[in-house]
Write a new protein. Sequence first.
Length: 143
Amino acid sequence: MRALVALVLLSACASCAERPRYGASMAQVGHYFELTGRALQGGRLELARWTVHELSETFDDDVAHARPPGRADTAELNKQDAAFRAGALNALVAASTRNDPAALTAAFAAAATSCNACHAAVGFSFLEVSGRPGDAVPTTLPP
């Protein structure tokens, strides 16, 4: 019986370990978003295209499978995630494929607005994302 209980506990722990933490996944999103802004600021469009691709891939591969944070409303989080992917993220990916820094900068600013709306909706409004290329993500500047 003890062996069976141990096996069940190990299986449960293994399935938890396989799913990334939501916060860690979002930190990776923030990293790629900040790099996108810095690449834009430096006129490095090829680098910006790559970081947007990595950002999109992180949403697909990590965020989509991450354990939701305990303090967030999971239904609201899923709703916000779906809206971001269908709207701001798709627009950012589309803008990154053109050789148009102004379009990518506008899509970047719109994505930041969407990020902040999601953060506010799920109780993480202190995680502010600037729409200005080159700023740290999250911003650490006073309001």
